[in-house]
Each structure stands twice: as C-alpha cells, then as structure tokens.
Design a protein around this ligand. Sequence first.
Ligand code: SP5
Ligand code: ZN
Length: 355
Amino acid sequence: MKEIPVIYSEKSFLHKPDFESVLGQRLPYLETPQRVEVILKALRACGFADINVTTVKGMPWIEQVHDSKYLQFLRDTSENFDQLAREAKVNPEEIKAFYPTVILPDDFDEKAEFYQTLEARLGIYSDDPFAPITRETFQAATGSAAIAVAGAQLLLSGERFVYSLCRPPGHHASKREMGGYCYINNTAVAVEVLISGGAKRVAILDIDFHHCNGTQDIFYRDGRVVLVSLHGSPATTYPYKSGFSWETGEGEGKGKILNIPLEEGIGEEVYQAALDYGLGEIETFRPDFLVVSAGFDTHKDDPFSSFRLSTGYYQIIGKTIANLNLPVLMVQEGGYEPKILGESVVSYLRGLIGI
Ligand code: SP5
Ligand code: ZN
C-alpha cells in the first residue's frame, strides 16, 4: 500500500487556552488538542505511518520568517508568565492565558522600546484577541513549526507527499503579529526550509476557510513564491481586512498573489472551478515544490464554514492537487468540528496519494 509520512509533535498538546471571547460571549476555545487526537486516530485506523518529532530544531528558519523582537516577546511572555502577571497586578493563579485588551499598530520597532507594560506589548504583537498566550504557547508554537520543518526536509530528501500535522496553526501569523489561533507561520517556515535546500520557486495553495493574511504579509514582495488562496469573502468572513482579489503583490512579488474570495453558501462545483483556476496559475509559475496550507473549516458542518463541502469531496481536492505532478507538503491549518475532521483529512490524503 502507498503511504505518506505523517509528522506530529507531543508539544502540540501543551497549548490549551480555556476560552475565546466573541461579541461578549465566553466560548470554549475551538482550536483544541483534541483536533490532533481525532486526526491521528483516523489516520492510524487506516494504517498511515506517523512520526513524532520533538527534536527538530526549527529556530534558524523561524527566525528567517519572524521578527526577532516578536519571537523574543512570545518566548518571554510564556516563560515569565507568573511574574509578568504579578507585575500587571493580575493573580497568576486565576488566569490561564493573556489576551490583548488593546490592538496597536505593528510599526513597533521604536514602540517596542517605548512601551513599558504587558498590555501595550500584547497590543503591538497581536492582530486580534484570538491568539492568547499561555505558559506553554512558545513551546507548542515552536514545536508546531518544527513539524513543518521536518516535513519540508523530507520533501527535500525526495518524498513526493508529506503531511505535517501542525498545531497550533500558522497562516494568520505575520512577521510581527499573532492572531486567529496562530503564532508562528508554519507554512512560511516550510517554504524557507525548501528554499534553503535549493528550491528556486515555491508555490503555496491555501485552502483554509479563512484568508491567510499572515502568509500574504510575509510573501507580499517576494518573487520566489506564488500564493493562491481560496477563502470566504472578506465581506462576511474573518479576518475581514484582507483576501480581496485586488491584493496581487508588490515589487518582486507583483502578480504573485492570487486571492479567490468566495460567496457564502457555495458548493463543490463553484469551489472546484475556483480550485482549477488557482492551480492553473500555480502551474504557469513552474514551482519546484507545492506547500498546501490545508484547513478543513470549509466543511459544511464546521462551525466557521459558510461553504457546503462534504467529507468525500476532500478526496477530489487531493486528487486535483496531485495531478499537478509536484512534490507536495501539506501543512495543517484550521478545521474545528471533531466529528468530521479526522475523516476529512483521510479523504484528502487518499485523493493526494491515489488510494
Ligand atoms: C487557523 C484558523 O482557522 N483560524 C481561524 C480563527 C477564527 N477566529 C475568528 C473568530 C470570529 C468569530 N466570528 C463568529 C462567527 C461564527 N459563526
Ligand atoms: Zn480557518
């Protein structure tokens, strides 16, 4: 039987914020460790291999993607959590995570020095309140990026398909800001590994329901990378501020971003036409590798989705992608309904590897 290396890390289970706040409602944090468990369970049930990587050192590539002050902040806030809480007059025993209370612009080079408080610094390095920092977040986020690094290295060593089961996800994380459950942009880190390993051109296909504002920010002026994203229209869908069709890249990156926003309620036919169009652009670019930021929050039963995709349809998506005849690294992004998440990943991988 054909197989696909599946990479995950025990560190993913460390990150567990206890709630998220939406319009004043206190809701359970949807980006749970259980997501990884259901995916692993479904994969093991049909005999896919899995590799636990806790030892890969991802920092050199993480530092190529993210600003060092941002990374320092992430580490410092996790590692000195209790002390920072007490300094801010918060009882560390009463809270599991710091959430930003203000959102400040990220033109922070001077401001990071100027601002003295945790509240201001959280505001500088956050895009929204959906990426809280726990005591374990830095470990889990760097562990997640290491999963992407290990995946990219396997691709460089000649594997045709690899699945990096990253958690926390990454595509909303930009050079200097976290947001939307994301801290380190795992896909961008994988791209840097591929380029360091000799790739001249890399394509990214983002099929998460939400626009990849972080990935777009990182590669907006970069001629080495083409980024195609299919997502819910910013008119109705988080992150709202980006993902418009007129955002096409600048400078060296001009024309190398393709955003395909899709209306609420669309089904598989419309989605497939958009996918075919997007993949056409990727083929024209003649990349050496394809990295897929794969979210399963496009499923009809996902709490965020306004699309009507079925579990079985992910197999067609996988097959369509495989038809490009490129080495493919699949990086896990969103997907929040545990009842269908595992089966959807299996369906997609079956399509990809053709079983
Ligand atoms: C990686 C990823 O999929 N991140 C998604 C983060 C989404 N958080 C946005 C929360 C906006 C809440 N809007 C509520 C609408 C639910 N029907
Ligand atoms: Zn998403």
